[in-house]
Design a protein around this ligand. Structure first.
Ligand SMILES: [Fe+2]
Length: 276
């Protein structure tokens, strides 16, 4: 049986049906999924019913699993992170309530993950949607002059989990994870370039006066967040979402702190370094 790939928007995203992710994926199907992933950047597999282990097994088709870096080495489920506001769980959890600005996951580390999967277990009736932006299209639409101006630039990426996810910090804490990456990144599989900064986590461009750094960053944030590059996903229970963390940013819309939202995340390591 072959999969059916249905685009979700002009910006990015496709729904993949005709597959049960609780079962092993054969070679031809995996090749079709990878092709769809590179073309559409994010894939959603609706109506799935999968365990922790089945989600891990699906991710293993794409590479090694990334350990959750913020938890104890002795965890029994070192690759599973619950993204939830539900407190009474026996697994590591993350993320504050409500809205979160656009970001790349783990871009404040030397080696951010290649991609991530998020499985919807409980969702609020309203809000808590995830917006994805296609940073390849946002880059390719830039003028020749802008592309030249960005060539060779590097930005410092930083995120302090103790601060609000809707505001850039005034001052940076040297103890918080941070790493400098190229402002424009080349995808290791497709060879296409993407804008590799984000409003939540990119603080400044190396070696430039503050004013010029801010001018460039704000221009890029506005460029990548234009409506024509964005798809907003309204979750349904049983959705398994998979995004390419090398060329797309994501953000979350507000939801009531009284509503339960529970997602299970498993991420895939990127064996290749971030390259301009
Ligand atoms: Fe994220």
């Amino acid at each position: 049986m072959s999969i059916i790939v249905t685009p979700l928007s002009d910006a990015l995203g496709a729904a993949v049906t005709g597959i049960d992710l609780s079962q092993p994926v054969n070679e031809q199907t995996l090749s079709d999924i990878k092709q769809a992933w590179y073309e559409h950047v994010i894939l959603v597999f609706p109506n799935q019913d999968i365990s922790d282990e089945e989600q891990e097994n699906f991710c293993l088709n794409f590479g090694e699993l990334e350990r959750v870096r913020t938890i104890d080495a002795g965890s029994e489920t070192p690759h599973v992170m619950m993204i939830t506001n539900v407190k009474e769980l026996d697994k590591p959890t993350a993320l504050p309530d409500g809205e979160m600005m656009f970001h790349y996951d783990q871009c404040y580390y030397e080696q951010p993950c290649m991609g991530a999967t998020l499985y919807a277990i409980e969702i609020p009736d309203v809000g808590g949607n995830t917006l994805f932006a296609n940073c390849t299209k946002a880059y390719e639409a830039l003028s020749h002059d802008w592309k030249q101006r960005l060539d060779g630039l590097r930005a410092l990426n930083y995120y302090d989990y103790g601060l609000t996810p809707t505001m850039r910090p005034e001052e940076m804490n040297p103890d918080v994870p941070q790493w400098t990456h190229p402002v424009v990144r080349t995808h290791s599989e497709t060879g296409r370039k993407a804008i590799y900064v984000s409003r939540l986590m990119s603080m400044r461009i190396e070696g430039l006066p503050e004013e010029e750094s801010n001018e460039i960053l704000n221009f890029l944030f506005d460029q990548m967040e234009k409506p024509e590059y964005i798809y907003e996903h309204v979750w349904s229970k049983g959705d398994l979402m998979m995004w390419d963390n090398r060329c797309s940013v994501h953000a979350r819309t507000h939801f009531s702190p009284n509503a339960r939202r529970m997602m299970r995340r498993v991420t895939v390591r990127d064996p290749k370094p971030v390259a301009a």
